[in-house]
Design a protein around this ligand. Sequence first.
Ligand code: SAM
Length: 142
Amino acid sequence: MKDFNNKERFFKMAEVYDKLVQYLIPKYNFLQEEVLNLLTFDMKMQINIVDLGAGSGIFLEKMLKRYPNVKCYWIDYSDDFLKVAKKRLKKYSRRIKFIISPLEENWTKKVDEKIHVITSMSAIHHLETYEKKNYIKLVMNY
Ligand SMILES: C[S@@+](CC[C@H](N)C(=O)[O-])C[C@H]1O[C@@H](n2cnc3c(N)ncnc32)[C@H](O)[C@@H]1O
């Protein structure tokens, strides 16, 4: 039997994450819809958003669908989740940039536009305390 560490085991979930998450996180879709409801943009403006630990891109898909002028940055360190997200968000390829990076390292250097909104769901708890401190510094200084 292959001995995956926890991180690798998690990455292997990428393909089935969409189904699994509905059981793992109560009211998953409801919570995401509520976040979208809080974002009252002027629809004529181009709004740029970063989703940290964006995973398979479920939230970004809702965002891109609801706001036609929004441009998104998918940020995550998992190649497995990247594959799933790219497939899901193919039709929005002109409005999304994929950045592979740990959240606690300098992903900010790879974002080349002004960012209006930063979102993150079910990702930060994966970080160790020292990583969380770096992450907070990056977000707060952005
Ligand atoms: C439970 S999934 C959540 C995905 C998405 N935000 C959602 O709510 O459906 C956690 C995601 O965070 C990513 N992640 C965890 N720790 C990370 C880190 N230190 N740097 C970058 N991504 C990380 C994982 O690769 C995974 O895609």
